[in-house]
Design a protein around this ligand. Structure first.
Ligand SMILES: [Zn+2]
Ligand SMILES: [Zn+2]
Length: 209
């Protein structure tokens, strides 16, 4: 039990608090999908990816996260008109939460965005590696097949959060209108396609200009 943990962007302008983190209250996975890779590259933050392009993501209930500072620096990015809302701190391009709309209540945050040197104590170790088909080079063992246990665990968490009223207050959506609180940009189709060159399984470029 750590009580709470601080989320902070790299430069410290944007900060938030996650109440009562524990391995049981979150779902932590390493995601190799090419959307997560493209997002890190779009932000100029490939440093957040592991050597195979994986993002270490902590999924938690929306109501567990609240921002305490720098809300005016938060913006959203979508890789397509129907893609996830990927929220980040504009000051230093730190991801601060991936979400769908409030109907499917979860927030996925890269573990590096938390102010701790011992994330395993707060969240447990990752329970799965997923979407390994897009991993850079050889996929991690077990990451390419469908993982029913992980899938059920993730869905169970989201349904539980919804039933227990953990959608609201949502850190990124207004309760009355269900609209995003922060400005959202959808990247162009051309840009999305260009990002594929730097993502797995076989990147053909080091960086997108
Ligand atoms: Zn910052
Ligand atoms: Zn992903």
């Amino acid at each position: 039990m750590v009580g709470q943990i601080e989320l902070r962007c790299r430069c410290g302008e944007v900060r938030g608090i996650v109440a009562d983190p524990s391995p049981r209250s979150v779902n932590r996975v390493v995601c190799y999908c090419d959307d997560c890779q493209a997002y890190a590259h779009q932000l100029g933050r490939p440093d957040l990816l592991n050597e195979k392009g994986g993002s270490d993501i902590v999924q938690l209930a929306p109501a567990a996260l609240s921002f305490t500072k720098g809300q005016d620096r938060i913006a959203g990015l979508r890789l397509s008109p129907k893609g996830l809302y990927r929220w980040y701190a504009k000051c230093c391009n730190t991801p601060v939460g991936n979400t769908m709309g409030p109907t499917l209540p979860f927030v996925g945050i890269p573990v590096q965005s938390f102010d701790t040197t011992r994330p395993d104590d707060c969240f447990g170790a990752p329970v799965a590696e997923i979407f390994g088909k897009s991993a850079v080079g050889e996929p991690p063992a077990g990451s390419t097949r469908f993982n029913p246990a992980m899938f059920l665990r993730a869905i169970g968490k989201v349904i539980g959060w919804r039933l227990r009223g953990k959608t609201w207050p949502h850190p990124f959506f207004a309760r009355d209108t269900r609209a995003p609180i922060y400005p959202v940009t959808v990247i162009s189709h051309e840009r999305r396609e260009a990002l594929r060159a730097v993502c797995g399984p076989h990147p053909t470029a080091q960086a997108v200009p």
